[in-house]
Ligand binder design. Structure first.
Ligand code: NAD
Length: 480
């Protein structure tokens, strides 16, 4: 059985306690590796390594740091297939998705910020006849990057890359549920000879090792992606310590479909936006609102397409839906399906655990599920389920659907299908949501601000927003 190590001060390091956690393969429900059950002792060691490396790394030119990020990207690219197989095995996602989305995007994250840092500048403000101000953007020092299990390397690298590019040294805490590709990233850093202490990766449980990272005096900023409850906990311990925080949290995204949309394109994309990665993408649209005049047609076509989605062993090339990430998560999603029934919903398809045969007989598979007949304000339509479960609801007017869409505590993303340009602009303005996709879904330009409103988070990632987060602005005022 493979045993992973932490990556501290440039070397693979076992946890000081000597304790390990089981790591499961969702498709089989079996333990296949062990990860360090790290403690504050490991965090202390990582912080010392990161502090020692900080001034040297910050002193490199932007071009030199950019070169290191390019080297990381190139090495991951060389090992792309090994990374994709690991991601699929660890998370339960189809191998085709890991190959076409997760790993290519992780590579792009490093390349994107390697380029962005060479174009990043400070502002200057001229005061006529008096003087000039210029703003330095300096690295913060040691920063924490904490990521969830749904897009493991994709989201971890989305934080590590801008943090390193801006001249910080990093302690990364990947999800304990999906540690494999973060471990492979340690090997990449060793292979390319990344200066020691610049990046440290510490594995373990959130409330234990994550908490001690967030409360460590020498950690200056926390970039966190995960659930809203965890974000609240982190904010409660880190805010009194005046740490900078970027929190990317949960969502309950609306997918709004008007009768005048390009129907075929909408239908194809709505299958993806509902069930990609088993519905475990924070940007998936789990509340589908359909204009009443096409509701019945949509319902028949959508349910028939969902019924034909191929659930399979994630290693199969033609698998479209793999396993959900853990048994706990499977049971959570199933409990929401029971709740939907109690609340009066009708299950149009799915609704049960999918029992597989052979290697996957004990795997955590779930049928993609479509539910109708629920009011917009019931718990099923208000709480994040984060699995292959969507509700469909008819609407009659723009005002009505805006009210439905904005009625949750979340505001991460929204999808809008219409060919009416005026309506697209009007609705985009009114949606309380950090991201609005019109006639598309998950089309990403890495320069754009990414993040949520309300309880979906604080701050924005992406492009210069991320570089600004990972730097401190210092204004210098010079009198003539
Ligand atoms: P989670 O909050 O349980 O865990 C996320 C990370 O935080 C893990 O690494 C975990 O170990 C760590 N953690 C847990 N408790 C901690 C603590 N007290 N202190 C510090 N770290 C701690 O989330 P999850 O179940 O891994 O991921 C699913 C959630 O992530 C969903 O709510 C989803 O919407 C959200 N998500 C949001 C985005 C976004 O961009 N907004 C993207 C992906 C996922």
């Amino acid at each position: 059985m493979k045993t992973f190590s932490n990556y501290i001060n440039g070397i693979l390091t076992p946890p000081i306690s000597g304790n390990y956690l089981n790591n499961y393969e969702p498709a089989t429900g079996k333990i296949y590796s062990l990860i360090p059950d790290s403690t504050d002792l490991d965090i202390n060691m990582a912080v010392i390594a990161a502090k020692n490396a900080a001034s040297g790394w910050a002193a490199l030119s932007n071009e030199q740091r950019s070169d290191w990020l390019m080297k990381i990207a190139a090495r991951i690219e060389q090992k792309q297939e090994e990374f994709a197989v690991a991601e699929s095995r660890d998370n339960g996602k189809p191998i085709s998705l890991a190959r076409t989305m997760d790993i290519p995007r992780a590579i792009s994250n490093f390349r994107f910020f390697a380029n962005a840092i060479t174009q990043f500048g400070g502002e200057s403000h001229h005061m006529q006849g008096i003087g000039i101000n210029y703003t330095l953007r300096q690295a913060l020092g040691v920063v924490a990057c904490i990521s969830p299990w749904n897009l493991p390397l994709y989201l971890l690298s989305w934080k590590i890359a801008p943090a390193l590019a801006a001249g910080n040294t990093v302690i990364a805490k990947p999800s304990e549920i999906t540690p494999f590709t973060a471990y492979l990233l340690s090997e990449v850093c060793i292979d390319i000879g990344l200066p020691i202490g610049v990046l440290n990766i510490v594995h373990g449980l959130g409330p234990k090792v994550g908490d001690s990272l967030c409360t460590h005096h020498d950690v200056k900023a926390i970039s966190f992606t995960g659930g809203t409850a965890t974000g609240r906990r982190i904010a409660s311990v880190a805010a009194p310590l005046f740490k900078k925080m970027s929190l990317e949290l949960g969502g309950k995204n609306p997918n709004i479909i008007f009768a005048d949309c390009d129907y075929d394109q909408m239908l194809k994309t709505t299958i993806r936006s509902s069930f990609a990665n088993q519905g475990q993408i924070c940007l998936c649209g789990s509340r589908i609102f359909v204009e009443r005049s096409i509701y019945d047609r949509f319902k028949i076509d959508f349910v028939s397409k969902v019924d034909s989605l191929k659930i399979g062993d994630p290693v199969d090339e033609d698998c479209k839906m793999g396993a959900v990430v853990s048994e706990t998560h499977l049971n959570k999603v199933l409990s929401y399906i029971s709740l939907a029934k109690e609340e009066g919903g009708s299950i149009l398809c799915g609704g049960h655990r999918k029992i597989m045969h052979g290697r996957c007989a004990e795997g955590w598979f779930l049928q993609p599920t479509v539910i109708e007949g629920l009011p917009h304000d019931c718990r099923t339509n208000q709480e994040e389920i984060f699995g292959p479960v969507v509700t469909i609801t008819p609407f009659d007017s723009e005002d009505e659907v805006i009210m439905y869409a904005n009625s949750t505590e979340y505001g991460l993303s929204a999808t809008l299908w219409t060919s009416n340009l005026g309506r697209a602009h009007r609705m985009s303005e009114k949606l309380v949501s950090g991201i609005v996709w019109v006639n598309c879904w998950l089309v990403r330009d890495l320069r754009t601000p990414f993040g949520g409103m309300k309880n979906s988070g604080i701050g924005r990632e992406g492009g210069y927003e991320a570089l600004r987060f990972f730097t401190e602005a210092k204004n210098v005022c010079i009198s003539y």
